[in-house]
Design a protein around this ligand. Structure first.
Ligand code: GTP
Ligand code: MG
Length: 422
């Protein structure tokens, strides 16, 4: 290559004149010197014959001087060096990601290996289970037999045996309250970025639970959902879970711009934060149900520690209108909620957060005439419920209305450009 440049710049060489090259011992044709030298440098002596063939092929190609000069220019161009640096950085980043992915994959493989060890699980049964998303003992143990049957196509008796064996392996059954306490003591939480809201929730959004934020429009439900997607990625000592988020958007209100502002507000690299949010737009209630089922397959693989559904009931409410459809609608919502609750049971380090609209009840004369949509089914399905209402300016008031272990109370937080704050 150096020789080619030298030849080009040196004396006595004219474009278009044949030139005998002492370096590779052959005649060069005009406009092809660089490529021929490159080819010469690449091959070993023993492969010389091959290379001659290749050179001939190259000669056959319709190259011209312009191409040669461009290549030579590029070689001398400093900007090329910068480009290489960028490529190297990208390669390093990709290496990190490959390492992450391979860790997640090995977790998943471990779970599958345990399923394979269950009595009566051969290759065929295993592949049906995996295809249907039942790739861990927990997923088998906590799912109703009818659902496993519908989704995997396996027989009733086989499933009953699999569930029983998985439950035995996981030691599911009666436990002493002390064991439950040990577990609850170690529960992790995601900070909301507001101390008051965290205190209200007993230290933040807890894992293993379904948390519902409900309130009127513009009360901050979507903003809290965005903030949690960023915060879940924080290190544990800063109130995160060092995990990723999965966001199911039913209203088309997810805004990466807000994520960037919130990430920058916490001095985080917004590109990484965005990369670690798995996003799904649900276009109707069926699609929403399907996305949650698919989400189950991504939890281990993508290290998901938070699932958001913004909002839970919107599609159901608009698709099932009128009294006649109410029973059907409630049943579907119920199944959907149980899909979510099951995820909380299976993955104890996963938090599920849903938002919910409110509707005014005109027949209530005393107290608050505003109730969450979805009725008792959603109220009973959620573990913790927080009612949001507007305060002064950027301020919002959060009221804990239902939590099995926390007193009712209120907290004030603000929605700022950098996200949720006190
Ligand atoms: P619905 O989805 O309509 O039911 O409302 P929601 O409860 O999801 O409301 P959301 O979380 O989207 O909150 C909207 C509020 O956040 C509005 O009052 C906005 O003014 C406020 N907001 C959004 N972005 C910013 C921002 O960059 N700075 C500030 N200060 N406020 C913002
Ligand atoms: Mg919203």
């Amino acid at each position: 290559m150096a020789k080619a440049i030298e030849i080009n710049n040196g004396n006595g060489f004219e474009m278009g004149e044949p030139y005998f090259c002492t370096e590779c011992n052959r005649n060069h044709t005009k406009g092809k010197i660089y490529k021929e030298h490159l080819e010469f440098a690449r091959i070993n002596d023993s492969e010389e014959k091959d290379s001659n063939d290749k050179s001939e092929n190259i000669n056959d190609e319709n190259d011209d001087e312009a191409e040669l000069l461009k290549v030579l220019d590029d070689l001398e161009d400093d900007s090329n060096l910068n480009e290489n640096e960028e490529i190297n950085e990208e390669i390093n980043e990709n290496d990190d990601q490959i390492e992450d992915n391979s860790n997640n994959r090995s977790n998943k493989n471990e779970c599958i290996a345990q399923v394979k060890k269950l009595p009566g699980v051969g290759e065929a049964t295993l592949s049906k289970l995996i295809k249907a998303g039942f790739d861990s003992l927990e997923a088998i143990a906590y799912t109703p037999p009818k659902i496993i049957q519908d989704e995997s196509g396996l027989g009733e008796k086989t499933i009953a045996k699999l569930i029983k064996a998985s439950m035995e392996k996981l030691n599911i059954g009666f436990k002493s309250a002390e064991v439950i306490w040990e577990h609850r003591k170690n529960i992790s939480r995601i900070t909301t970025s507001s101390q008051e809201l965290d205190n209200l929730l007993g230290g933040g959004i807890e894992t293993g639970s379904l948390i519902e934020f409900f309130g009127e429009f513009r009360t901050g439900k979507t903003q809290i959902a965005h903030q949690l997607c960023v915060n879940v990625q924080l290190p544990k000592e800063l109130g995160g879970l060092e995990g990723n988020a999965l966001y199911i958007d039913t209203e088309g209100t997810f805004r990466p711009e807000r994520i960037i502002q919130m990430a920058e507000g916490l001095n985080l690299d917004h590109e990484t934060i965005l990369k670690n949010i798995v996003f799904g737009r649900a276009y109707n209630s069926d699609h929403q149900i399907l996305l949650v089922k698919e989400a189950a397959n991504l939890i281990k693989e993508k290290n998901i520690k938070l699932i958001i559904i913004d909002s839970l009931i919107g599609h159901f409410r608009s698709e099932y209108i009128g009294r006649g459809t109410l029973a059907n609608r409630q049943q579907l919502i119920n199944t959907h909620l149980h899909d979510l609750l099951r995820l909380c049971d299976i993955y104890t380090d996963l938090a599920v957060v849903v938002t919910n609209q409110v509707s005014a009840k005109p027949d209530v004369f005393y107290g608050n005439p505003i109730t969450a949509t979805g009725g008792n089914i959603v109220a009973h399905g959620s573990t913790i419920r927080v009612y949001l209402r507007k305060g002064k300016g950027e301020q919002r008031v959060a009221k804990l209305v239902d939590a099995p272990h926390l007193p009712e109370g209120e907290g004030i937080f603000s929605i700022t450009e950098e996200g949720i704050k006190d």
